[in-house]
Design a protein around this ligand. Structure first.
Ligand code: AKG
Ligand code: FE2
Length: 321
């Protein structure tokens, strides 16, 4: 826990947005938070904490299964592979260097046979229900973001039609994460999640109370600890949104460090991320939004799929060399 540590939250520096009010209210505060800081914490977001905890319990049981049982569910290592599947410790290095000993399950497809339903009865329906909740919240946020940018209300919604319904057309992913306890001899040599920016439109992140999430604010080189607000969801934008808004809503740099307190690093940490992506063929052109464009007038326009793939190849390239 981070109760004794100096965090952005303990300094009252975190924008906290109550989604229980009107969409106009959400839009106003999202614009302020995302343009100035690059992140916010959302409360009254409608996603049950219990449901999130149950997903972590399922994932704990998956992680404990023998390797040969987990193997068929593994994400492929090929450069252009689909994102769906289990990512075992060491498979990814976001900063390209530091070992990252985390377990992740990227869920992009919801069919029984592509999820460990046999080993974990009830998992598929649980994840389906959680996915529905995240998609509902995701759609609310997409409308609020349109409002926040003076765009027509369905500007983003129309371009996010296939979120977690057909991964041939949309890269939206629900990612379960488990960071195991860190041994004393590894401490100092590993990171839980290396520094990176996400690729998507925006990310929603639920975390347990173990802490370790750090962000770099716009224009700053300093890593700052966020802190834990029970039940809140963290929101940040990814590179796709940054390109769309000509960097008005920039892609937040973030990482998860190993806690310095011995007791805390000897415990595991859970989180779950919902990466909301546009449909693959969507052209990400800031001229479509009423934003005074700076460099983008001369910038080449790519579709959503190509933007994410180019970034993913950079981040995961070391796996394929
Ligand atoms: O586990 C976390 O809190 C953050 C994970 C993350 O940033 C990611 O998977 O992109
Ligand atoms: Fe991330």
């Amino acid at each position: 826990m981070e109760s004794n540590i100096d965090t952005l939250l303990s300094r009252n520096a975190v924008p906290i947005i109550d989604l229980g009010n009107s969409i106009e209210n959400a839009a106003k505060y999202l614009r302020k938070a995302l343009s100035e800081k690059g992140y916010a914490l959302l409360i009254n977001h409608g996603i049950s904490n219990e449901k999130i905890k149950t997903s972590w319990e399922y994932f704990d049981r998956f992680v404990e299964l023998p390797t040969e049982v987990k193997l068929p569910y593994e994400r492929s290592k090929a450069p252009d592979a689909e994102n769906h599947g289990y990512v075992s410790p060491g498979m990814e290095r976001f900063d390209g260097r530091t070992p990252e000993l985390r377990h992740a399950y990227n869920i992009c497809k919801l069919q029984d046979e592509l999820l460990p339903e046999k080993e974990l009865p009830g998992f598929t329906s649980h994840i389906n229900s959680l996915t529905d909740d995240f998609n509902t919240l995701g759609r609310f946020i997409l409308q609020a973001l349109a409002f926040s940018l003076d765009a027509p209300p369905s500007f983003f919604l129309d371009k996010h039609s296939y979120m977690l319904s057909d991964d041939r057309f949309n890269l939206t992913t629900l990612r379960l994460l488990y960071y195991p306890p860190v041994d004393d001899e590894d401490h100092g040599n590993i990171i839980r999640c290396g520094a990176h920016a996400d690729y998507c439109t925006f990310t929603l992140l639920a975390q347990d109370s173990e802490g370790g999430l750090e962000v770099k604010l716009r224009g700053s080189d300093k890593w700052e600890r966020v802190g834990h607000l029970p039940g809140a969801l963290f929101i940040n934008c990814g590179e796709t949104m940054a390109a769309w808004t000509d960097q008005l809503y920039h892609a937040l740099q973030h990482r998860v460090v190993v806690p310095e307190e011995v007791d805390t690093r000897h415990r595991g940490r859970h989180s779950i991320a919902y990466f909301c992506h546009p449909d693959n063929s969507t052209l990400i052109d800031p001229k479509d939004l009423k934003i005074p464009v700076k460099k983008s007038t001369t910038q080449e326009i790519y579709n959503a799929y190509d933007i994410s793939m180019a970034l993913a190849k950079g981040a995961y390239g070391h796996n394929y060399s």
